[in-house]
Design a protein around this ligand. Structure first.
Ligand code: FAD
Length: 507
């Protein structure tokens, strides 16, 4: 069998673009097929009147020069000329009793904040802060520098050595969801607040500590200009490397001959042959639609039909003619009574604004967003009917009532309202149930994340998988790393030395 020369890549999300860039750097001729008319997939933003509503990055792992993952983003052309905006706090949680927990990324400030709120919980505050301090030294890239299947005994020895100081905290905090950790606090407000301090109560404490640690190191910033501009930088890097992208090109089938992937067929019946295929699209769609479920073993079937949690979300975006930059950029309000929104009860609501990035709204105005867990089936059942639109308006209205309590008069300043449901996420990115990160990061999926999921399919040659469905928990950083890993596997199969390069400051 000769060496591969051509690669077809399904999906121009971050994983597909990264795979394309690294494949071009290694001398392959690549062609990306993307169903949408823009790059980025979930890493996106949309413009409505004066406002840009960002739909993705809150924190970018790898945003700090010299820090883990930074060099990968530099190779992908995403860092050049792009300021990173760092926050000193992840979010604030406002209780009903008037108390607030500010989740500082600085472990000293976090410890002082929690201890001041409840001196009786000072020991736990210290333990939590100590966990954050410990993870400031944790280099996550050790798990993604090479795909597991390419690791030699020497690599494993090195990995073991680098992981050793973190093994105990990884076990202790990796398997404990924030909800369970919070239950140990004596103070009733902290029991509620700590459960939500990293976003969702099932988030493993270790992942939350890691996030604060990276923020503290200046390695989890927000890319100025937002998520779509960030994705466009990868697209430009890919094109500059000689890659080719077809937009509005949805792949219907991966073509297979004698258990070897040989090309793709699009919905418009065009056929494109290639030596190798990388699917950086939705995992379930790849396995069960593009390949008709022919290369799925019991483990994969269980993953895609089992009960692992997904992250189906709604995003309600508001363009308001009001300057919010003096307000905390992210507040989670604990509610006095659960609020029924789109068929689901919520005991808290998180409201964010983007006034820290002046490029997302005109001076004196602000883009605000609310992200809510929402059931895919609820929206799917009414999609295409007038009820779908009225229900969206009703949700926005309910949330405005709540926001109005904290920003009196803001209703009169709303200039634009935009609602995205799990069905919108599914339509624009093809992700199963509109999931925004593949499988949600919980202690169960954390185990999968550490073990790693296979990047190839049993019995099928020349097909590689990349993206959030092979890196449980997702994130743009792990999506990009998985695109890089897919190319490393292809190079290894071809006996090529994997190479990478960094573009000059101006692309
Ligand atoms: C609201 C929100 C907040 C987030 N916050 C963060 C954050 O703060 N930090 C962070 O790192 N990550 C965050 N994420 C997660 C991150 O965006 C994703 O995990 C990551 O972008 C996934 O990239 P991907 O390339 O694997 O998949 P996708 O982005 O889903 O890309 C897949 C691409 O394949 C295309 N496609 C699908 N099917 C086909 C087909 N049949 N033919 C052709 N093309 C197809 C899709 O259109 C899409 O462009 C967030 C996501 C959301 C939605």
């Amino acid at each position: 069998m000769g060496k591969s020369e051509t690669i077809a890549i399904i999906g121009a999300g971050i994983a597909g673009l990264a795979a394309g860039c690294y494949a071009q750097m290694n001398g392959y001729e690549t062609h990306i097929f993307e169903l949408h008319d823009i790059p980025g997939g979930l890493c996106t933003a949309w413009e409505r009147k004066d406002y840009i509503f960002d739909g993705c990055i809150h924190y970018l792992f790898g945003s700090g020069p010299g820090q883990p993952f930074y060099s990968m983003w530099e190779e992908l052309g995403a860092m050049q000329n792009r300021p990173m905006l760092n926050h000193d706090q992840l979010l604030q949680i406002w209780g009903q009793d008037g108390r607030t927990l500010t989740v500082y990324s600085d472990p000293d400030r976090l410890e002082a904040e929690i201890s001041a709120l409840s001196p009786a919980d000072a020991r736990l505050a210290r333990e939590l802060a100590e966990g954050v301090r410990r993870f400031t030294a944790f280099d996550m890239t050790v798990m993604y520098t090479k795909p597991r299947s390419l690791m030699q005994p020497f690599d494993y020895a090195q990995l073991g050595q680098q992981m050793l100081p973190f093994v105990l905290p990884l076990i202790k905090f990796g398997m404990t969801p924030a909800r369970r950790y919070a239950a140990r606090f004596q103070d009733p407000f902290l029991r509620e607040a700590v459960a939500r301090m990293f976003g969702w109560p099932e988030m493993p404490m270790m992942a939350g500590m890691q996030l604060l640690a990276y923020m503290h190191n200046g390695n989890a910033g927000f890319p100025a200009g937002g998520s779509l501009a960030f994705a466009r930088a990868l697209e430009q890097r890919y094109l500059a490397l000689g890659g080719r992208i077809s937009y509005k090109a949805q792949v219907e089938q991966i073509l297979v001959e004698h258990d070897r992937a040989v090309g793709v067929r699009l919905y418009n019946d065009e056929v494109h042959h290639a030596d190798v295929i990388i699917s950086a699209a939705d995992g379930r769609g790849t396995l069960f639609h593009m390949l008709d479920g022919r290369y799925v073993n019991a483990r994969l079937r269980k993953l895609y039909t089992g009960d692992l949690p997904l992250q189906s979300m709604m995003q309600i975006s508001l363009g308001v003619n009001r300057d919010l930059h003096d307000h905390p950029h992210w507040i989670t309000y604990l509610l006095a009574a659960p609020m029924l929104i789109a068929g689901r009860e919520h005991s808290d609501i998180s409201v964010q604004h983007y006034s820290f990035d002046p490029s997302l709204a005109p001076a004196g105005k602000s883009a605000m967003t609310v992200l809510l867990k929402s059931d895919y089936d609820y929206w799917q059942r009414i999609y295409g009917r007038r009820l779908y639109d009225t229900e969206q308006l009703q949700v926005a209205d309910q949330l405005l009532d709540l926001i109005e309590q904290h920003h009196p008069g803001i209703r009169g300043h709303v200039e634009v309202t935009d609602v995205a449901t799990p069905v919108s996420f599914e339509r624009y990115t093809g992700n199963w149930q509109g999931s925004t990160c593949g499988w949600l990061l919980t202690p169960r999926t954390m185990r999968l994340m550490i073990e790693g999921l296979p990047k190839t399919l049993p019995g099928l040659r020349n097909l590689y998988l990349a993206g959030q469905w092979v890196e449980p928990g997702g994130s743009v950083t792990l999506a990009a790393a998985s695109g890089r890993n897919a190319v490393q596997l292809i190079c290894a199969a071809d006996g090529r030395h994997f190479a990478s390069s960094t573009p000059a400051l101006h692309l």
